[in-house]
Design a protein around this ligand. Structure first.
Ligand code: CTP
Length: 257
């Protein structure tokens, strides 16, 4: 695999220009390539991904449309750059490819928080990518709720824990905590407010108004807002490329702490 990108580069140089690329350019390319495969080596990364399911009874739940694709793309990107990744994942139809990713499967927000708290103290970077349900049924039934003859059942809800905010309170200065914000309106203001309220170092905003940036797609269009409220807008890209942009931004923060 070491040879592949270099020979690919040489081949494209030969094809495109009809001559070999300058040696110093090849060297610069290789330096960049190898930096990118090791710039997270020795780092522990915690990522949450996917939806949570909140049980109503043994056959029903409250959930959402999250596919988990962005969180899994982030996990693969971190692993390919040398990190040890713990991916706390809600129910999704995906599997992790890299052996550097330890997938911890959970269902509810409560379980997701418990698993995150086990690894958060030893995590250098934590990325909260899951679409966590804000509420859960107060009294999930042990047996299937039968259809009532006359009455429509009422499900009483209780608030779920806010995982990002809980970790934000426990965060040490050298740890980096990143959140996501999926908004439909007043996007930047809402995202900045979440960044402050949850004590995040960075928030990745996606707007549901952007085409190609909604649940289940392979692409995403994000803006990154940092704790000093500076903002960078990125183009619509494949989720794996978006993951690369996000990690590059996190590395800039890590360089400062
Ligand atoms: N988040 C979390 N735990 C929750 C709710 C959200 O960890 N119970 C995290 C998400 O993973 C995301 C960020 O917080 O990184 C923002 O999630 P979002 O659902 O947009 O925020 P909410 O606080 O739920 O705000 P609202 O639903 O009012 O937009």
């Amino acid at each position: 695999n070491i040879i592949e990108p270099a020979s690919g580069y040489l081949a494209s140089g030969l094809e495109g220009k009809g001559r070999m690329e300058e040696p110093e350019n090849i060297l610069a390319y290789l330096e960049r390539y190898f930096d990118r495969t090791s710039d997270l080596s020795g780092k522990s990364v915690l990522i949450t991904a996917g939806p949570t399911y909140e049980k109503i009874d043994p056959v029903r739940f409250i959930g959402n449309y999250s596919s988990g694709k962005m969180g899994y793309a982030l996990a693969e990107e971190c692993a390919s750059r040398g990190a040890n990744v713990t991916l706390v994942s809600g129910p999704v139809a995906l599997s992790a490819k890299s052996s550097n990713i330890n997938v911890v499967s959970v269902e509810s927000a409560r379980e997701m928080l418990d698993e995150c708290q086990k690894v958060f103290p030893t995590s250098d970077i934590s990325i909260m990518c899951a679409a966590v349900a804000d509420y859960a049924p107060a009294n999930p039934s042990d047996h299937k709720i039968k259809r009532e003859k006359q009455d429509v059942p009422t499900i009483t809800l209780v608030k779920n824990p806010d995982i990002a905010a809980t970790l934000g309170k426990e965060k040490r200065p050298e740890q980096v905590l990143v959140g996501f914000a999926l908004e439909t309106d007043n996007e930047a203001v809402n995202a900045s407010e979440k960044l402050t309220r949850k004590n995040l170092d960075m928030i990745v905003l996606n707007s549901l108004r952007d085409k190609g940036a909604c649940f289940g797609t392979d692409t995403n269009k994000v803006s990154i807002i940092r704790s000093d409220k500076s903002r960078t807008d990125f183009a619509l890209k494949d989720k794996s490329e978006v993951a690369g942009d996000i990690i590059d931004e996190i590395l800039k923060i890590l360089g400062k702490v």
